[in-house]
Structure formats: structure tokens, C-alpha cells
Design a protein around this ligand. Structure first.
Ligand code: NDP
Ligand code: 8X3
Length: 258
């Protein structure tokens, strides 16, 4: 039987847009208390206002760049008591930059992707986990990608970063065996968010061509899956979940109409 998520505290990175924002709404609808972080604080404020009005959500927002370890440690060590007992950590902050062959890449993009998708996830997890272990409860949900299951042309470094997220999730589950802490890696296929706009540095035509003629997933499709995973009975750990659009069969194979 599903467990109740009401009054659980959920810490989400990258909650200002897309999947992270949808997760905030989906967990708010279940009565969770939210700690929402991202770099764009004004977006978080607007989201918090909406969730307080719509669901009466207890919601704390904080600007956080997950590339900054000191800022992560400072934030986690100063969380007000009402939000300090984190039940669910959603490591969602992430991005892809560019889609060119490796030898034509801008190496600064490699840094941004690895520092965010991998090191950011590690540092946030490292900061949050000890208290979960001490309290004997918690769930770490990492947002990986279909891109972590096989590399594709132009995505070498992004795919490697998401492959790392998959490995880290698996390793963490081994490390935590014998504790009640659950670890899940959610691996979405194409989801229409700001992801492609960021990847193509604001080029709207390139971004929309990713989804042309197909029906992509929505951010809420993924958020609802997180709610499902988090609400399984405590003896059930969904370790891995690959979620593809019906129009997609792997990272690069998409059925397009017209
Ligand atoms: P969006 O671009 O819509 O959202 C990305 C979020 O990550 C934003 O809230 C952004 O907030 C945040 N973010 C980026 N860099 C940082 C940083 N350094 N510190 C803190 N937050 C950061 O894309 P999605 O919602 O699609 O992406 C969310 C996750 O889902 C990513 O990990 C992505 O790799 C993954 N994913 C996406 C897929 C897709 O097709 N869309 C498919 C598979 C996985 P801000 O800029 O305000 O800091
Ligand atoms: C994002 C999905 O296939 O564009 O992780 O890399 S893909």
C-alpha cells in the first residue's frame, strides 16, 4: 500500500524550471513541505507564492548554485528546524551544453556539465545524507537520463555525466545497504522543458526541432513518477526507472509525423 507523503520534507535542486518545478508542484499537491533551490531566486519566489496559494504549502526557497560546494554546505547546515529533517532529496539540477563532436566542443561546457550534473549531485548528497542516516529514514532520487544508458553523437560529455549519475546511484545503494535509506535513479527520455533551449544557448528553432512531429513527455509526467516512487511502501526501493515518450525507443530514435 502506498505511504502517505503528507508533511514529508522534500529538498529539490533545480526547482526553477522544467522537471524540478513540476516535482515541486506534484509533491506540494501531496501535502509535502518543500525546500526549493536553484540559481534563479525570483523564479523560486514566484513558484512558492503559487504553491502557498494553491496548496497551502510550507515552502522555503534558497538561491543555490550546485557548482559551489561551500554554498551547498552553508545552506544545508543552516536550514531552519522546520525544514531540516529532509525525507526526500531530489537531485535534479542539470544541463547539457552543445551538441557537436567532442573535438569541436568548448571545454568550458564540459566543466559546467560535470560540475553541475555530477559534482553538484555528489556534494548535495554528501551534505544531506548523514542526517538521513542518523534519523534512519530518507530517499535520494537522482535524475539521470536515457542518455546515461548509451552515448550518442554530439552528446559524449553529457551522456558521460548521466552515465555517472547512474553509476553513482547504483554505488550509493550498495553503500547504504543495511540502512533504511532508499536510492532511485529516474531516467527520462525527451521531456519538453527549457533543457533544449539551454543546450542550444537560446536558439529556439534548434530547440523546438528536438520535439518536432513527436509527442514528448511533459515535466509533470516525470514528477508524477517521482511521487509514485516516493510513495511505495518503505520495504520497496525502485532503483531505476527509464521513462520514454511512446514516440521514442532510445535516446536518438524518435518517431516523427508529418
Ligand atoms: P530545465 O532547463 O527546464 O531545468 C534545469 C534546472 O536545473 C533549472 O531549474 C536550473 O535552474 C537548474 N540548474 C542548472 N544549473 C544549475 C546549477 N549550477 N545550480 C543549481 N541549479 C541549476 O531542464 P529539465 O527540467 O529538463 O532538466 C532537469 C534535469 O532533467 C536535468 O538533470 C536534465 O539533465 C534531466 N533530463 C532532462 C531531460 C529532458 O529531455 N528535458 C531528459 C532526461 C534528463 P537555474 O538556472 O535557475 O539555476
Ligand atoms: C536529455 C535527453 O536524449 O536529449 O537527457 O540526451 S537527451
Amino acid at each position: 500500500m502506498a505511504i502517505k507523503l503528507k508533511d514529508k520534507t522534500v529538498f529539490i535542486t533545480g526547482a526553477s524550471s522544467g522537471i524540478g518545478k513540476a516535482c515541486a508542484e506534484a509533491f506540494a499537491a501531496k501535502g509535502c513541505r518543500l525546500l526549493l533551490t536553484a540559481r534563479r531566486g525570483e523564479r523560486l519566489e514566484a513558484l512558492a507564492l503559487k504553491l502557498r496559494e494553491k496548496y497551502n504549502t510550507h515552502c522555503l526557497v534558497a538561491e543555490l548554485d550546485v557548482q559551489k560546494k561551500k554554498a551547498i554546505d552553508a545552506l544545508v547546515s543552516s536550514i531552519p528546524p522546520a525544514y531540516a529533517d529532509i525525507d526526500i532529496l531530489v537531485n535534479n539540477a542539470g544541463l547539457a551544453l552543445g551538441k557537436s563532436p567532442l573535438h569541436e566542443n568548448n571545454p568550458k561546457h564540459w566543466d559546467a556539465m560535470f560540475q553541475t550534473n555530477v559534482m553538484g549531485l555528489l556534494h548535495v548528497t554528501h551534505a544531506v545524507l548523514p542526517a538521513m542516516i542518523e534519523r534512519g529514514k530518507g530517499h535520494v532520487i537522482n535524475i539521470g537520463s536515457v542518455a546515461g544508458r548509451g552515448a550518442y553523437a554530439g552528446g559524449t560529455v553529457y551522456c558521460a555525466s548521466k552515465s555517472a549519475v547512474k553509476s553513482i546511484s547504483e554505488g550509493l545503494k550498495h553503500d547504504l545497504l543495511g540502512t533504511p535509506i532508499r536510492v532511485t535513479c529516474i531516467e527520462p527520455g525527451m521531456v519538453e522543458t527549457e533543457f533544449s533551449t539551454v543546450r542550444f544557448e537560446g536558439d529556439a528553432d534548434k530547440a523546438s526541432s528536438v520535439y518536432a512531429g513527436a509527442t514528448p513527455l511533459t515535466a509533470m509526467d516525470i514528477a508524477e513518477s517521482l511521487v509514485f516512487v516516493a510513495s511505495r511502501p518503505l520495504h520497496v526501493n525502485i532503483s531505476d526507472m527509464l521513462i520514454l515518450a511512446t514516440d521514442q525507443s532510445d535516446a536518438t530514435t524518435v518517431h516523427r509525423r508529418g
